[in-house]
Ligand binder design. Sequence first.
Ligand code: FAD
Length: 458
Amino acid sequence: MQHYYNVIIIGGGISGTALLYELAKFTDIESVALFEKYKTLASINSNGRSNSQTLHCGDIETNYTFDKAKKVKKTAKMLSNYALKHGYGEKHIFKFPKMVIGVGEKEVEFIKERFETFRELYPYLELFSRDDLASIEPKLVEGREEDIVAMGALDEYCAIDFGAIAKTFVQNAKKIAHGVCDLYLNAEVYQIEKIGDKFQLLTPRGKYFADYVVVNAGAHSLLHAHKMGYGKEYACLPIGGSFYYAPASILGSKVYTVQNDKLPFAAIHGDPDILEKGKTRFGPTALALPKLERYREDSYLEFFSSLKPDRSVMKVFYDLLADDDIRDYVFKNMMYEVPGIRKGLFLKEAKKIIPTLEESDIEFAEHVGGLRPQIIDKKEKRLLLGEAKIDTKEGIVFNMTPSPGATSCLGNALKDVELIVDYLGCGFERSKLESELLEDEVHNSALNRVPGYAVSVG
Ligand SMILES: Cc1cc2nc3c(=O)[nH]c(=O)nc-3n(C[C@H](O)[C@H](O)[C@H](O)COP(=O)(O)OP(=O)(O)OC[C@H]3O[C@@H](n4cnc5c(N)ncnc54)[C@H](O)[C@@H]3O)c2cc1C
């Protein structure tokens, strides 16, 4: 086993594995290795039980602006192209009807207007009337007095097992790599240090060296950056998300609801669970948690190191909590976790989707739902809502990847490939990547070249 690589990736979630795949397949880098802390790949947030399993294309997510939807659409397409071209259709990526519902006069108008704007970007979108919904998803209209309309699609790939896809990235990377492509499991990187023009990584297997390092360690990425003196202008606020299960007979489509603009996190939705067949999930909730891994209590200290509470962080909290809607939302989300009362309280929220839902229909999904490492920009004193990257321009990059980080894994990886190729001066077969991953995008819009595919913050 060698101890020196051109590139080392830290973290074997969907972000790290997507990068391994792109480097192995589309560059002539001679040696690359991926280090993962646990014994299996994608066991934290990229695991299918930790996230909503949604390929976020931007068509039904009303928390996205038109511009953000455009960017997300491209990266989502990269992932569906990858999955379908490798034969994972109906194995790891699935078609379901999907829609966003508008309820009551104001939301109905909002959906109708949004439909007119967004159909340009998504020609397959349809507007569903109450009668349409009565045959597509009868439970959306049963017992509902208010007006309802939805926009969505009946035949699109929209559900994906990100954890399974992460594993295929590594299998395929190892199969096609012309150079060395190594995977180390049970290999936590404890420390990274720059020595001369190389990076030295301390691991349980000893010291490893690299010319370039990409840290895709989820909520731990910022902690590593801070330890090396980078990204001090950012703090990490981990937001846990839980789910409730209902029988699949209640809902067979992905059903999103209209976002309250004031709220920092997406409204709850209903989704057929692709791993627990026969169940529909409602969620996720949004609960600030003082740890960097959802189910590991010993990450409290790490949380404080990466939050680094100071006046700017406090100002962000103060501003958020000064708003009645947000205060109410934070409180409600805390209560959704409290055994004994949580089911009854969450039911009220879920009834916005299925009015006839009863407490006996739902159960708290134990040990389901991960953490979103949301980033606070201390300089701007605001909470950032998308992914963030710290590019040091010194041979090391740190990626923070809350939602839709799994959907945009190949787009984010492409940004890193470009940085690595520039820094190391190695070869990159861009046209090969474009024809595999960006086929439709390239054909549909020759002007849309690669820069900007990775959705950065916002
Ligand atoms: C409730 C919820 C719902 C979500 N729903 C969606 C959705 O529907 N669609 C979507 O696109 N996104 C969704 N997301 C976001 C998505 O899950 C993440 O963006 C994505 O999984 C991030 O992948 P990652 O590889 O960057 O991080 P992770 O999956 O967290 O992987 C990081 C990896 O790094 C490893 N690691 C950490 N430290 C070290 C170290 N020192 N050494 C070695 N390895 C290390 C960890 O063990 C882990 O395997 C959701 C997230 C949550 C919490």
